[in-house]
Design a protein around this ligand. Structure first.
Ligand SMILES: *Cc1c(COP(=O)(O)O)cnc(C)c1O
Length: 438
């Protein structure tokens, strides 16, 4: 078991470059090669049998595991302080794999209303097709979270730093609620990254990433990961049969009994990836490994630029409010100091006095900011959630998710910050004139 108080042997930046990787033994290649390869030769028939029985760790077929992907898994697990990680095709795939490990038809979980818009749709609509039910609750209200937990509730789910509203979850308190209920706390740490926040240190059991965002960092590779702390006791109840009951496909092996603190990670590969099939491509693992090497450097600059842009916007007459946990005006400022002492990320929202129309005008008037639906790129990005990512939600859901008509979301990149401020300034002037002319 990973002891949460025992510090890892190397510092974060060292692990960013080295965790999981070593020079390739045959050629000496220093950078992790792209094993663009589907299948692996068995040493002999016994070796093949033991691989298929999960008695030997190794590679069979890249739907389950691939050497390049395995390096990324070890790296992300190390950066999060987890026991193991499972990489997959996207952040959404990571969420499906995670719930698939223990949800049965009719089961429920409780999630924050403040989530990435796509997650609200995935949980609220698509998961219903599996007869999995999400009860959304206001995670600022710990009593409401506790009250939403029923006999069939199998997990709590939130984002450490929520997209898009600059909302911070009280991870330590939520972990206590989950522990009392005998269920895991699952935290989507995409926006904070393990450089700014490590939810496992606060008691989270599983950590989800869309590696598509800051971890890869250049807007090049879709990917997801689920990191297991190795601490949740999957044997605690009948609820977690997927992890503690005999698995017929592996001769009655129980993942919990056989793999202990690696049970979840082994199950996610040997059952989840095997049967659902959302594998990460080796090229995407490679691109994400490159991104991981500079994560700390990039996040430091992302956060510094974001703080300056947020301060500029807060002073601007066309801006009604700025929701950035790094600002003293944010109701989440104190939680940011506790959970994200290195900075409150670089994605935040602000409200335009001109409302919906001013929002549409602004996203068209910027020059440096790219108008698109992504976050965590090295370039600065802008979005009007109400007309794009959150348009499938009801007005009520939009408001609850912090994505009302007047809201603009920014993902601040690594450009010269004065250029970003000048670009927003000229675009706000155009949007303001337009709104005034209406
Ligand atoms: C993008 C994102 C996701 C979904 O990830 P994909 O890689 O796009 O599938 C989930 N959660 C958060 C916070 C995200 O930003």
């Amino acid at each position: 078991m990973t002891d949460r108080k025992q510090p890892p042997a190397y510092g974060f930046e060292t692990r960013m470059l080295h965790a999981g990787a070593q020079p390739e033994p045959v050629t000496g290649a220093r950078q992790t090669p792209i094993f663009q390869n589907t299948s692996y030769v068995f040493h002999d028939a016994d070796h093949a049998a033991s691989l298929f029985n999960l008695q030997t760790f190794g590679f069979i077929y890249s739907r389950l595991a691939n050497p390049t992907v395995a390096v990324l898994e070890e790296r992300i697990a190390s950066l999060e302080g987890g026991r193991g990680a499972t990489c997959c095709a996207s952040g959404h795939a990571a969420q499906i794999l995670t719930f698939f490990a223990f949800m049965e038809p009719g089961d429920r979980f409780v999630a924050s209303t403040r989530l990435y818009g796509g997650s609200i749709t995935q949980f609220g609509k698509t998961f219903k097709k599996f007869d999995w039910h999400c009860d959304f609750a206001d995670f600022d209200d710990l009593e409401a979270v506790r009250a939403a937990i029923g006999p069939r509730t199998k997990a709590l789910f939130c984002e450490s730093l929520a997209n898009p509203g600059g909302v911070i979850s009280d991870l330590e308190a939520l972990a206590r609620i989950a522990e009392q209920a005998g269920i895991p706390l699952i935290v989507d740490n995409t926006m904070a990254t393990p450089f700014l926040c490590r939810p496992i240190e606060w008691g989270a059991d599983l950590v989800i990433h869309s590696t598509t965002k800051f971890l890869s960092g250049n807007g090049t590779a879709m990917g997801g990961a689920v990191v297991d702390s190795g601490r949740f006791d999957w044997n605690v109840s009948e609820k977690f049969r997927g992890l503690n009951a005999p698995e017929p496909a592996y001769h009655g092996l129980s993942f919990y009994e056989t793999f202990g603190d690696m049970a979840f990670t082994m199950q996610a590969h040997a059952v989840g990836l095997r049967d659902l099939g959302p594998t990460m491509a080796p090229m995407h693992a490679f691109l994400t490994l490159l991104g991981s090497e500079t994560l700390a450097l990039r996040m430091e600059r992302h956060v510094r630029n974001a703080a300056e842009v947020a301060a500029f916007l807060e002073r601007h007459p066309a801006v009604a409010w700025v929701s950035y946990a790094g600002l003293p005006s944010s109701r989440y400022h104190a939680l940011a100091g506790k959970y994200l002492p290195g900075g409150a990320g670089s994605v935040f929202t602000f409200g335009l006095k001109g409302g919906y129309k001013a929002g549409l005008k602004l996203v068209e008037a910027v020059n440096l900011f790219s108008h698109l639906a992504n976050i965590g790129d090295a370039r600065s990005l802008i979005l009007h959630p109400a007309s794009t990512t959150h348009r499938q939600l009801s007005d009520e859901q939009r408001a609850a998710a912090g994505a009302g008509d007047e809201v603009i979301r920014l993902s601040i990149g690594l450009e010269t910050v004065a250029d970003l401020i000048a670009d927003l300034d000229q675009a706000l002037a155009i949007a303001g004139r337009h709104a005034a002319a209406e």
